[in-house]
Design a protein. Structure first.
Length: 95
C-alpha cells in the first residue's frame, strides 16, 4: 500500500516538473517573439501583409479556374456570404 502512495507522489512530482518546463519554454518563446517584433517591426508587418495578400490572390486564382463561378460571379458573393454565416454560427455554438 505504501508503494502505491509513493509511486503516486513520484508521478505527481514528475507532472509538476513537466508543467514547470512547459511554462519556462513558453516564456522563452514569448520573449524571443517579442524581441524579434521589436527589432524588425516593419519587416514582420510586410511579411504578414504579403502572406495575407498571397492567400487572397491564391483563392482568387482557384475560383477563376472553376467555370461555374467564372460564368456567375454573383454566385461567388452568395457562396461567400453563406460560408461566413455558417462559420459565424458555428463559432457562436463553440463559445
Amino acid at each position: 500500500m505504501d508503494s502505491i502512495q509513493e509511486q503516486k507522489k513520484r508521478v505527481e512530482a514528475e507532472i509538476r516538473k513537466l508543467d514547470a518546463m512547459g511554462g519556462s519554454l513558453t516564456g522563452q518563446a514569448k520573449r524571443f517573439r517579442d524581441s524579434a517584433f521589436s527589432r524588425f517591426p516593419v519587416l514582420l508587418v510586410f511579411l504578414s501583409t504579403f502572406g495575407l495578400v498571397s492567400t487572397f490572390y491564391g483563392f482568387e486564382k482557384v475560383i477563376d479556374q472553376i467555370h461555374f463561378f467564372e460564368e456567375n460571379p454573383s454566385m461567388v458573393l452568395v457562396t461567400g456570404i453563406i460560408t461566413l454565416a455558417i462559420t459565424g454560427s458555428l463559432f457562436k455554438k463553440l463559445n
